[in-house]
Design a protein around this ligand. Structure first.
Ligand SMILES: C[S@@+](CC[C@H](N)C(=O)[O-])C[C@H]1O[C@@H](n2cnc3c(N)ncnc32)[C@H](O)[C@@H]1O
Length: 249
């Protein structure tokens, strides 16, 4: 999974500065509803935009991410306003002990191998009644513009095989309940933007790099697909993300 070096980490970080990402962050802050002095854990903080926003609004923020380049970018952004550690969420003991009033885990669980164990670990570090906010993508909802929808579908199927849980939002309810969470609510977040710039361009490159050798696709197939999408200019791609909120029972 991205990033693999400092440059790609910066490219990923740039996508968090887009208007779409800022809008999603605003909704994240509303749903998290963190009050000043609350202890908040951000899991998979990436380049640290959410950590910084939470710290500025008075929360006491701890954050983790296993990627050294992302941790460096997040520390650069947040200075000493948050505690940012290089570690990944997995099984027991992988998260800081807390107890936390709220945990935000955005676009991380779909990439972890054992979602159940990860959710149990988040349950462990939340105080009773503490709030969990999760965001993940339904990758089967991904649509690209232009001619050749059958080829888009094949590329999407191949891309879905690269992600451990490509349809996680639709599987999360029972997993949350099994981990001890209650009162879950889901909110769909449609994302739509130009396929040839910003997040769309980054996603197109990431998909084209990842699909060769999957679902019968070759490197030439992937390159031809990516060029076809790029030729669509400002025509939009679209996908659905889902917020899920729940409380520690
Ligand atoms: C798609 S980015 C999302 C960044 C950020 N959460 C956001 O939504 O803006 C996924 C992030 O999760 C991190 N990550 C991957 N596996 C993880 C794990 N097991 N625990 C915590 N973070 C992880 C990656 O390093 C990356 O920074």
């Amino acid at each position: 999974m991205l990033p693999i070096d400092r440059e790609s980490a910066r490219r990923v970080a740039d996508t968090y500065a887009t208007a779409e990402a800022a809008g999603e962050r605003a909704r994240t802050l509303e749903l998290l509803a963190a009050r000043p002095r609350e202890q908040v854990l951000v899991v998979g903080c990436g380049p640290g935009h959410l950590v910084d926003a939470l710290a500025h609004s008075g929360s006491l923020v701890a954050a983790i991410d296993p990627d050294p380049y992302m941790v460096a970018l997040a520390r650069e952004r947040c200075g000493d306003r948050a505690t940012i550690s290089q570690r990944g969420l997995a099984g027991p003991g992988s998260a800081p002990d807390g107890p936390f009033d709220a945990v935000a885990c955005l676009q991380v669980l779909e990439f972890v191998d054992d979602v159940g164990a990860s959710l149990r670990e988040l349950h462990r570090v939340l105080r009773p009644g503490g709030r969990l906010l999760v965001l993940d993508t339904d990758w089967a909802s991904l649509h690209w513009p232009g001619y050749g929808q059958d080829r888009h579908r094949l590329v999407r199927d191949a891309w879905c095989t690269c992600i451990p849980r490509p349809r996680l939002p639709h599987e999360l309810g029972p997993l949350l309940r099994a981990a001890g969470f209650t009162g879950e609510r889901a909110e769909r977040v449609p994302m739509r933007g130009p396929a040839s710039t910003g997040y769309g361009a980054m996603l197109r490159e990431m998909v084209a790099r990842s699909v060769p050798g999957r679902c019968g696709l070759t490197r030439d197939d992937a390159d031809a697909w990516a060029s076809g999408v790029a030729a669509c200019g400002d025509e939009p791609f679209s996908l659905d993300r889902w917020f899920l909120t729940a409380q520690r029972g």
